[in-house]
Design a protein around this ligand. Structure first.
Ligand code: ITT
Length: 177
């Protein structure tokens, strides 16, 4: 049984759809200010794995908008909490290039093992309006084809998402040992 250290219920629900057997541990960890999700995740895991001597994973994720040079990126959680999806739509007013991607960086550790990192990306577009109430965070403003992730059931999101890609890579690695 793996412990997933996260405060985010939406992330956990998606991860459980992939792993089945999974335990949420909402114990918090230091998220350093860094330029990349990878650095944030690796640093977080150093702290978590010294506190929990069990198989454990954590994830740092973010939304990267091309026309905003990758903003909000590593600041995605803070930006969602402050200006939210309305703020993103306002920043994108008049912007023609709507391309964006979500990225997920998962780190897995267990006692006696060097931490292992897995990544996933999903390409999409920032829409012109928020649609749907499924998922969490930026899902209502992030569109894949003609549908927002806010309108996408969790089973379908788990076939296409950044999180599905990173976590399936971890799952395959675990199964192949
Ligand atoms: P933990 O760190 O406790 O896991 P968190 O919500 O703070 O939870 P992150 O630090 O990884 O997670 O922040 C990433 C933010 O990016 C998250 O709060 C969402 O606002 C957004 N985000 C990440 N993945 C997303 C997804 O699949 N759909 C919508 N928004 C997402």
């Amino acid at each position: 049984m793996i412990s997933f250290v996260t405060s985010n219920k939406g992330k956990f629900a998606e991860a459980r759809g992939i792993f089945g057997d999974l335990e949420q541990k909402d114990i918090g960890y230091t998220e350093i200010q860094a330029d990349t999700l990878e650095e944030v995740a690796i640093f977080g895991m150093k702290e978590v794995s010294s506190r929990l001597q069990v198989p454990v994973m954590l994830e740092d994720a973010g939304l990267f908008i091309e026309a905003l040079q990758g903003f909000p990126g590593v600041y995605s959680a803070y930006v969602q909490k402050t200006i939210g999806n309305d703020g993103i739509l306002r920043l994108m007013e008049g912007v023609v290039d709507r391309r964006a991607f979500f990225k997920s960086v998962v780190v897995y550790a267990e006692p006696g093992l060097e931490p292992q990192m897995f990544k996933g990306i999903v390409q999409g577009r920032i829409g012109y309006e928020a649609r749907g109430s499924l998922g969490f965070g930026y899902d209502p403003v992030f569109y894949v084809d003609e549908r927002s992730l806010g309108e996408t059931e969790i089973e379908e999101k788990n076939r296409i998402s950044h999180r599905a890609a990173s976590m399936l890579a971890l799952k395959e690695w675990l199964d192949s040992r």
